[in-house]
Ligand binder design. Structure first.
Ligand SMILES: C[S@@+](CC[C@H](N)C(=O)[O-])C[C@H]1O[C@@H](n2cnc3c(N)ncnc32)[C@H](O)[C@@H]1O
Length: 273
């Protein structure tokens, strides 16, 4: 068993296997991600029978396994075949192969998946993306009930009501601590060249609203439980053509809606009718 664990390494998830062994007992973050799960677990229904779950960036499958243990059927996706091999092996150890399906996919590929999910598990991936908002727009289209979200953040916990509008010369207000901001990481962070964006708390809430999600719980630092809000999601429909283009779909017909609204806005601005 230890030989198999070593052969499948290195491990980012410290799985506690049914026989008592662990896959990464000396993890630099501690007992990861068990300590994060301990914070989240009370917010997740104990019985997930009948729930369809999407675990994005499933890695070695720690969360897929915990959610499948609660009765969910899980689709775990990851870009990296190394982690998918670990997840497939781990699902077998827990006898959960029939509850956990694994696929090599990017989060953006979900746009072309003809499926909805009751729960989307979206932890530890957004800051690795170059197109983070696109991922959230895609996921709000595919979410029936809840999304559990975690990201690396930049400092700043304060929020304020977003202004309905503001003057083009009034840009200083964007420097306020409460303004939604996302820091761009051009090179490396902690030696890792795959980190791109670190939003503050206000930006997470604002981006989520803008993509059709409402924050319902904030179980711990950098962790959020969200629900789809139909009214918010509807508001974004005027921008459907960009979404369709970005996800490789026909957009020409949908752009009429956007152009029409834009023209109304421009007319109002210079006083012409
Ligand atoms: C920091 S780990 C987080 C793993 C796990 N979700 C967690 O929270 O413990 C990021 C994972 O996302 C995967 N990943 C990175 N970019 C991705 C993408 N575009 N689509 C899907 N998975 C991605 C990585 O291979 C890695 O397994």
């Amino acid at each position: 068993m230890q030989q198999e664990i070593d052969q499948l390494g290195p491990w980012f998830h410290n799985l506690h296997l049914p026989n008592g062994r662990q896959t990464a007992p000396n993890h630099t973050l501690g007992d990861f991600p068990a300590f994060k799960w301990a914070e989240l677990a009370p917010y997740i229904p104990a019985d997930l029978s009948g729930w369809e779950v999407l675990d994005i960036g499933c890695n070695a499958g720690f969360y897929s396994i915990e959610l499948a243990k609660r009765g969910a059927t899980v689709l775990g996706i990851d870009v990296d075949p190394h982690y998918l091999r670990q997840a497939a092996w781990a699902a077998k150890q827990f006898d959960l192969e029939d509850k956990i399906e694994l696929k090599q996919m990017q989060v953006y590929d979900i746009a072309r998946l003809d499926r909805q999910f009751d729960l989307i598990w979206y932890m530890g991936v957004l800051y690795h993306l170059r197109y983070p908002l696109l991922s959230l727009d895609i996921l709000s289209q595919k979410c029936r009930k809840q999304m559990v979200f975690q990201t690396l953040t930049m400092p700043g916990e304060k929020t304020a009501e977003a202004p309905e509008d503001f003057d083009i010369n009034d840009r200083k207000r964007m420097l306020a601590e409460t303004w939604p901001k996302m820091a761009f990481i051009e090179k490396r962070m902690a030696g890792d060249p795959t980190n791109w964006w670190a939003p503050n708390h206000a930006a997470i809430e604002a981006m989520m609203r803008s993509c059709g999600f409402r924050v319902v719980e904030h179980p711990g630092h950098e962790m959020y439980i969200l629900e789809v809000d139909e009214a918010l999601r509807k508001k974004q429909q005027w921008n459907q053509s960009e979404y369709l283009s970005a996800t490789g779909q026909d957009w020409q017909e949908a752009v009429q809606e956007k152009v029409k609204d834009k023209n109304v806005y421009m007319e109002g601005r210079d006083g012409r009718k």
